[in-house]
Design a protein around this ligand. Structure first.
Ligand code: ADP
Ligand code: MG
Length: 453
């Protein structure tokens, strides 16, 4: 396995534990420049990214090296260094051009100039019963932007292809226009806050309102952010009136998004609403086949079928399992077999197990442990008896299921993300010094994992 392949396997691991937004923000343009003996040098594009990787993701990265079999690595060094890329470099071009030379099999994280992942094209999307309608609607929008369905609203659980579809539209339209904007709602929010702070509201408006297509991913995170919603509302109106296409994704239907203004959620229902759900076995096998092709790796169909029948929860996990298996076989320089796959996969599956933990199961476990009413926990009470349990909830949501700070704040009655961040840091620090707190949290975790199995 060369450095490139190794880093790809590591990214595949790390990706499983991070939100898409964090993942692309902190890991784009990273690479391994050297890996010798027990020392590896990871290059990052900026000092800022270096600090984040060192401070926030070091543990994840270090675990990932172990998980892909690199158990001898003792030292990980982060270094600011960018790889020279020519903007005309074929790797950066949209691979949806069907250009045979334009293969980027081992680089799933290369982004094109619009910030779109070059692998998230319609070509690479497998259509099954679970996403047929969503896929058709996306194609209609790509063929007739601003007129087919506006807005198009796609919803469904995590890891079922919403981002892929959104970006698929982006790639199609990139053939025709430069004015494409793909952002997560978290980025929209941050951009807006920064613009207001920096006195650049006008530039912000120009940027967001002067597009032919606006793709907003994971809009549920806008819940509770009144100022941002207001701004988005006006952006929406202006684009819609000018027949500019808007496509939105979410983990639930507009009406069900907590703390989203009524006038906004009703606009989100103006066009077409489609859902994506769990793919069936055949679709899962077909997805694995595509992913193997993308990675230029051959695996027998019966092995793919075995994987597909055991990883059922979502496509991201399915892909994560495949990436880890490939890394395993490449590292050990062996051909995939059913027996070895069974072994390796059982380890991978148990690492997915925590996924069945959700914000709700965490809140329930904490409420049960402290014997506090859930309403009170989520509510505004500042009583001492509720403050600590609430902070523990926030800590666990971050630590156990890697929820983003905005979503943690939202789960807890629409609190600000800085509150969640503060709670996490506070508990993380105290747990090191306070044995009782540590025990408390361990007991809650026991409750949590015993109750959701
Ligand atoms: P979501 O945004 O719904 O959480 P993503 O779009 O990020 O999910 O999908 C997770 C992973 O699964 C991505 O790597 C994506 O390419 C892959 N994926 C999901 N659905 C499909 C599909 N139908 N065909 C091919 N790949 C898929
Ligand atoms: Mg997504």
């Amino acid at each position: 396995m060369n450095n490139e392949q190794l880093w790809q396997a590591i990214l595949g691991e790390v990706e499983l534990n991070l939100s898409r937004a964090n993942f692309t923000t902190w890991f784009k343009q990273t690479f391994i420049s050297s890996c010798e003996n027990d020392k590896v040098i990871i290059c990052v594009p900026s000092g800022f990214a270096k600090t984040w990787l060192e401070k926030k993701y070091h543990q994840e990265i270090s675990n990932a090296f172990k998980n892909v079999g690199q158990i001898n690595i003792k030292e990980i060094i982060y270094k600011v260094e960018t790889r020279k890329v020519n903007p005309n470099d074929k790797n950066l071009k949209d691979i949806n051009t069907n250009n045979k030379e334009d293969e980027t099999p081992n680089k799933p994280f290369i982004l094109n100039r619009f910030g779109l992942n070059t692998h998230y094209t319609f070509n690479n999307f497998i259509v099954g019963k679970n996403n047929e309608l969503a896929h058709a609607a996306c194609q209609a929008v790509a063929a007739n932007p601003g007129h087919a369905y506006n807005p198009l609203f796609i919803y469904g659980d995590v890891g079922l292809g919403k981002t892929h579809l959104l970006q698929g539209i982006g790639h199609e339209l990139a053939k025709r226009t430069n004015k494409i904007l793909y952002v997560s709602s978290e980025k929209f929010t941050n951009d807006y806050i920064n613009a207001v702070r920096g006195g650049q509201a006008k530039e912000f408006k120009e940027r967001y309102r002067n597009v032919d297509i606006l793709l907003i991913d994971d809009i549920q995170f806008m819940g509770g952010k009144d100022g941002t919603q207001e701004e988005f509302f006006h952006t929406f109106n202006e684009l819609h009136q000018a027949n500019k296409q808007i496509v939105i994704s979410s983990d639930r239907q507009p009406k069900a998004i907590p703390a989203l203004e009524k006038r906004l959620s009703s606009r989100l229902e103006w066009g077409m609403i489609v859902d994506v759900s769990l793919p069936d076995l055949e679709t899962r096998i077909a997805i694995l086949e595509t992913k193997c092709r993308e990675k230029n790796y051959k695996m027998e169909e019966n092995i793919l079928a075995y994987i597909a029948s055991h990883v059922q929860n979502n496509v991201r996990e399915l892909e994560g399992a495949l990436t880890r298996l490939i890394a395993f076989y490449e590292f050990n320089n062996t051909q995939p077999t059913i027996d070895a796959t069974k072994n390796v996969l059982s380890g991978i599956l148990s690492s997915f197990q925590t996924k069945s933990t959700t914000p709700k199961t965490i809140i329930d476990a904490v409420a049960k442990f402290f014997d506090i009413n859930i309403k009170e926990l989520i509510g505004a009470s500042r009583k001492k008896e509720t403050v600590l349990p609430r902070q523990i909830i926030m800590f666990l949501m971050r630590k156990e299921i890697n929820s983003s700070y905005p979503s943690i704040g939202q789960e807890l009655g629409g609190r600000d993300h800085t509150t969640a961040m503060h709670a996490f840091n506070k508990i993380a620090k105290e747990i090191k010094e306070d044995e009782r707190l540590k025990q408390t949290i361990d007991s809650i975790k026991q409750l949590l994992y015993n109750s959701c199995q």
